[in-house]
Design a protein around this ligand. Structure first.
Ligand code: 28G
Length: 650
C-alpha cells in the first residue's frame, strides 16, 4: 500500500499560542505538579502516535540535571519542509500553533492520544525553553524556542530563536525534544521519576511492543518497559499478590473500521471486581459505554455456554451479570475517533457506538475462544465462580434490604448511633466517621448540628478485602455506615441517594488510627468506588501539637511545622502532644478539626486505579511477607503514607 504523502500544508491551523499562558488551566488542567507532568505527556503522546502508526518502536525519556526533560523517538521525524502559507517549517508549525496537527485529519493518523489533545505547542508555550532535533533524510535539523519577557514587560511564549536549520548529517531517523518547564508557571519544576515510571509502564502495557526507556541523570536510576503481551501482561501485573484461578489471561484483539478493541481478563479468588478501561491510552476511571458493551456481551456468551454445556439445568435461571464479575480482573483498551467524555471528572466514555461495537466484537471473539477445547477448563472455573457468587447474592439480598429498610427496628438501632444533621440539603451536609466513643462524644457536642453528622465507631470495622458481600454486610460498623450514607453498595450503589456530600474519616494520628483509616478506605474502594471517584471521601487531620503560653495558642498539624511554631511562640512556651482525638474537648475539636474555616481536610483521590488496586491488595491482603516488604518500601503510616500520597490538601 502506498504511503499517503504528508507535508506541512496538511497541518490544520486553528489558533495562536498566546492564549495558553493566560489560561493554562484550560489546556493542562492545573499549574501544579500534575499539569507540569502533562507537558511531558503531550510530547510522549506525539511519539506514541508516530510509533502506533508503524514508524519506530522506542521512546527514551531522560530527566536531565538542569531539571529539563528529553524525549526521543525513532520514527520518521517531524516534517521539516516549509508550510506554503505560514512560511515556516512543519516543526515550527507543530510547536507554535495551538491544535496544530493532523489529529483532526484522520486520513493521516488513525487515532490520536492525549488527554486534552492540545499538542506539543502547549508544552512549548509553558516552557522556559524547548529544543527540537529532527533526524530525517540523512540530515539532522534543529530549532530552539524560548519564552521571555521583553523590555516593555510583555511576555512572549514559545518563540523560535531562529528558523529551523540543518546542523549536521546522520544515519538516524526520528525526533528528539528537550524542554524546561517555566518556573514562573509551575513554581517547583522538578519532575518525579516514580510518577513518570508508573505512567510509562501503563503506556507500554497499552501499546504492545512499544519500548520505553527511562533514565534519571540526577540519581542514575533507569527503567525499561516493554511488553510483548500488552494488556495480557497488564492484568497479570494487576493480580500479582492475588490468587489466580487460572494461569494465563484470556486475551483477544479485534478491529472494525476506525475501531480497535483489546481485552484481557483473569479470575482470582477475590470477591470484588477490578476492571480498568482505556480509550486512546486515557484511563476511563468512571467507565462508560465500552465497559457496558463488554459486560453485556460477557454475560450473554457465558450464559449461553453454561446452558449449552449443561452447567445450567433446564429449570435453573440464567446467571446475572454480577455473578460473572465476582473476582474478575479485566483490562479493556479501545482506540477510536471523536471520543466524547462525560461524567463528574470527564473520565466516562459516552459514545453510543462504542457499546455496540465492543458488544458485537466481544460476542464474536469470546464465542470463538470458548469453542476451542483448550479453554474448557477455564470456562468451567469461571462458571464455578459464578455459581458461588449467585449463592452469595441470595444470602446478601436480605442483609442489603436491612441496610436500606428505613423503618425497620434493626435499622433504627443502627442509625441510632448516628447523630444526624438537621439540614436535609445534601450539598452542605457532611458526615464525620469518628474513631472511638469518647472522641465521638466530643464531636457530637462540638459540631454544628445544622450540617454536620457524627458517626462514632466503637471497634475496628471489618477489613473488607477478600470478604464476600454477605460477610461485609454482617459487620455492624459497616452496616451503620451504609445505612447512614443511604447509597447501597457494590452493584446496587446509587450515588444519587447519597445523604452527605462530604464523608470525613477522623481517626487518631497513630498506628491504630492509620489502620482504621486504611480499613475504611478499603471498604470504600472495594464497595463504593464511585464515592471516592466522585470526590466525596475526605480525611480530617487533627492537630499533632498545641504550642501555648499564657495568652498564646497555636495548633500544629505536622512535625515539619513544629519548629516554626515554637519559634513563633518564643521563650517559656508549653507543648502538648495530642495522642488521640479523645484528648480534645468539644470546643477544641471543633476549632481544630471540624470548623470548615480552620480545619485541614485531605480529599481522597485515585490517581492511578490499577496501582491503587495493587496497593490495597498488598496492604490489606493476607500475604504478610508482601505486606511487610511493601510497608518497608513505601509506607510509614504517618501523614506521608501511601494512602495519603496522592491526596489533595484542601
Ligand atoms: C520525541 C518526542 C516527540 C513525531 C512525527 C512524524 C510525523 C509528524 C510527528 O507529522 C503531523 C502533528 C501532530 C499528528 C508524518 C513524518 C508524516 C511523514 C510525520 C514526536 C500529525 C506531523 N513524516 N514524529 N509528526 N503530526 N514524534 N516525538 O513528536 O499530530 S511528531
Amino acid at each position: 500500500m502506498a504511503e499517503k504523502k504528508y507535508d506541512a500544508k496538511d497541518i490544520i491551523v486553528l489558533e495562536g499560542l498566546d492564549a495558553v499562558r493566560l489560561r493554562p488551566g484550560m489546556y493542562i488542567g492545573t499549574t501544579g505538579q500534575k499539569g507540569m507532568h502533562h507537558l511531558l505527556w503531550e510530547i510522549v503522546d506525539n511519539a506514541i502516535d508516530e510509533i502506533s502508526n508503524g514508524f519506530g518502536d522506542t521512546i527514551k525519556i531522560t530527566l536531565n540535571k538542569d531539571n529539563s526533560v528529553t524525549v526521543e523517538d525513532n520514527g520518521r521525524g517531524i516534517p521539516v519542509d516549509m508550510h506554503p502559507t505560514l512560511h515556516k517549517s512543519g516543526v515550527e508549525v507543530v510547536y507554535t500553533t495551538l491544535h496544530a496537527g493532523g489529529k483532526f485529519n484522520t486520513e493521516n493518523y488513525k487515532f490520536s492520544g492525549g488527554l486534552h489533545g492540545v499538542g506539543a505547542s502547549v508544552t512549548n508555550a509553558l516552557s522556559k525553553w524547548c529544543n527540537v532535533n529532527v533526524y530525517k533524510n540523512g540530515k539532522e535539523y534543529f530549532v530552539g524556542f524560548h519564552s521571555y519577557t521583553d523590555d516593555k514587560g510583555k511576555t512572549h511564549s514559545g518563540v523560535a530563536v531562529e528558523p529551523l536549520k540543518q546542523v549536521g548529517t546522520t544515519k538516524k531517523s526520528g525526533t528528539k525534544v528537550t524542554f524546561l518547564p517555566d518556573e514562573e508557571m509551575f513554581g517547583n519544576v522538578k519532575f518525579n521519576f516514580d510518577t513518570i515510571c508508573t505512567r510509562a509502564r501503563e503506556l507500554a502495557f497499552l501499546n504492545k511492543g512499544l519500548k520505553i526507556e527511562l533514565t534519571d541523570l540526577n540519581t542514575g536510576r533507569d527503567e525499561t518497559y516493554h511488553y510483548e503481551g500488552g494488556i495480557a501482561d497488564f492484568v497479570l501485573y494487576v493480580v500479582e499478590g492475588k490468587n489466580k484461578l487460572f494461569n494465563k489471561p484470556i486475551y483477544f484483539h479485534a478491529e472494525d473500521k476506525n475501531f480497535d478493541l483489546e481485552v484481557a481478563f483473569i479470575y482470582t479468588d477475590s470477591y470484588t471486581e477490578s476492571s480498568f478501561s482505556f480509550v486512546n491510552n486515557i484511563p476511563t476511571v468512571e467507565g462508560g459505554t465500552h465497559e457496558t458493551g463488554f459486560r453485556s456481551a460477557f454475560t450473554k456468551v457465558m450464559n449461553e455456554y453454561a446452558r449449552d454445556n449443561n452447567f445450567l439445568k433446564e429449570k435453573e435461571q440464567n446467571f446475572q451479570g454480577e455473578d460473572f464479575r465476582e473476582g474478575i480482573n479485566v483490562v479493556i483498551n479501545i482506540k477510536m475517533n471523536n471520543v466524547q467524555f462525560e461524567g463528574q471528572t470527564k473520565t466516562k466514555l459516552g459514545n453510543p457506538e462504542a457499546k455496540t461495537l465492543v458488544e458485537s466484537l466481544t460476542i464474536r471473539e469470546l464465542t470463538r475462544i470458548l469453542a476451542d477445547k483448550k479453554n474448557n477448563q477455564t470456562a468451567e472455573v469461571i462458571i464455578g465462580k459464578a455459581k458461588g457468587a449467585a449463592k452469595t447474592r441470595e444470602a446478601a439480598k436480605k442483609a442489603k434490604e436491612l441496610t436500606r429498610a428505613k423503618n425497620s427496628a434493626e435499622n433504627f438501632n443502627l442509625v441510632g448511633k448516628l447523630a444526624a444533621a438537621s439540614s436535609k440539603n445534601r450539598e452542605n451536609c457532611e458526615m464525620f466517621i469518628v474513631e472511638g466513643d469518647s472522641a465521638g462524644g466530643s464531636a457530637k457536642q462540638g459540631r454544628d448540628r445544622k450540617f454536620q453528622a457524627i458517626l462514632p465507631l466503637r471497634g475496628k470495622p471489618l477489613n473488607a478485602e477478600k470478604k464476600r458481600i454477605d460477610q461485609v454486610l454482617a459487620n455492624e460498623e459497616i452496616r451503620t455506615i451504609i445505612s447512614a450514607l443511604n447509597t447501597g453498595i457494590g452493584e446496587d450503589f446509587d450515588l444519587s441517594s447519597l445523604r452527605y456530600n462530604k464523608v470525613i474519616i477522623l481517626s487518631d494520628a497513630d498506628q491504630d488510627g492509620a489502620h482504621i483509616r486504611a480499613i475504611l478506605l478499603t471498604f470504600f474502594f472495594r464497595y463504593m468506588k464511585e464515592l471516592i471517584n466522585d470526590g466525596h471521601v475526605y480525611i480530617g487531620l487533627p492537630p499533632l501539637y498545641k504550642v501555648y503560653k499564657k495568652d498564646y495558642c497555636e495548633y500544629v498539624y505536622s512535625d515539619v511545622e513544629l519548629p516554626e511554631a515554637i519559634a513563633r511562640a518564643g521563650k517559656n512556651y508549653s507543648l502538648q502532644r495530642y495522642k488521640g482525638l479523645g484528648e480534645m474537648n468539644p470546643e477544641q475539636l471543633w476549632e481544630t478539626t471540624m470548623d470548615p474555616e480552620k480545619r485541614n481536610l485531605i480529599q481522597v483521590t485515585i490517581e492511578d486505579a490499577a496501582e491503587a488496586d495493587k496497593m490495597i491488595t498488598t496492604l490489606m491482603g493476607d500475604d504478610i511477607e508482601a505486606r511487610k516488604a511493601y510497608i518497608n518500601e513505601h509506607a510509614n503510616f504517618d501523614r506521608e503514607d501511601d494512602f495519603m500520597k496522592n491526596y489533595k490538601k484542601i
